[in-house]
Write a protein that binds this ligand. Sequence first.
Ligand code: UDP
Length: 278
Amino acid sequence: MAATWRLGCRVLLPACGGGGLMSASQPVFKRVVVKISGEGFCPPGGFGIRRAELDHLAAEIDQVAALGVQIVVVVGGGNFFRGDRFAETLGIALSTADYMGMLATVLNALALQEALERLGRATRVQSSLTIARVCEPFVRRRCLRHLEKGRIVILAGGTGNPHVTTDSCAALRAAELGADVLLKATKVDGVYDDDPARNRQARRYERLTWDQVIDNRLRVMDVAAVDICQQHRIRIIVFNVFEPGTMRRIVLGEPLGTLVADASTPRGEPEARGGGAS
Ligand code: UDP
């Protein structure tokens, strides 16, 4: 999803400034799911994968891994193919186009794996679509085992089902893997009350509730994904992945980006969810 702003939401208190200065060195999350859209792999409005963006994403993930945090990355595929956009123009069934979109996510996953391994990180790619020659199938217990061993797991193939998106996949995996937070990487530093590119007065929300996002149809993630997060009480933090070091600072507890959770949920500490994964 391209932007994270919307006009005229009056119910919330926007943030008044930057993230503040904290010098914590201990992560406040043990296990994170990071959702990276395909657009993160290429220049704005571009297509495919560019080395600069790829290496930048890998470096940001590497910094978080260096803190000892378990990381699952869910990659999108919109930089290559979006089912709903191409089904009509190509005259193909939406389900088929969606499978093509899911395959596109595999391209990003494999590229990210290589970039992370160039930095010396151990990784595994797991896919919801079985492509045995290039990656493992997604198996929850196996994924958890990789995380325990310090491997970064990159999830490809979305949910494996058409008619949904990788946002929903990220929410579902965050729930079943017992992640403390879903980090939604974007090109904007949070959710705004207007388009910050067009309105210099636009203000960033420091926090929102899941209901506020759903009811006001704020463009944070797909509504279905936010709904899953609400059901499983998974925090979402929307942040700018292209601001170097931001993901690391968030994991260290700095109030950057926009937090989506209920009013009583703390920004930082891992939430007890009775057993870790549902
Ligand atoms: N897709 C799908 N099911 C999924 C995940 C993705 O059908 O569980 C398809 C869908 O066509 C989508 C495309 O894959 O348009 C690319 O995924 P997405 O739009 O989530 O990528 P992003 O916008 O994050 O780059």
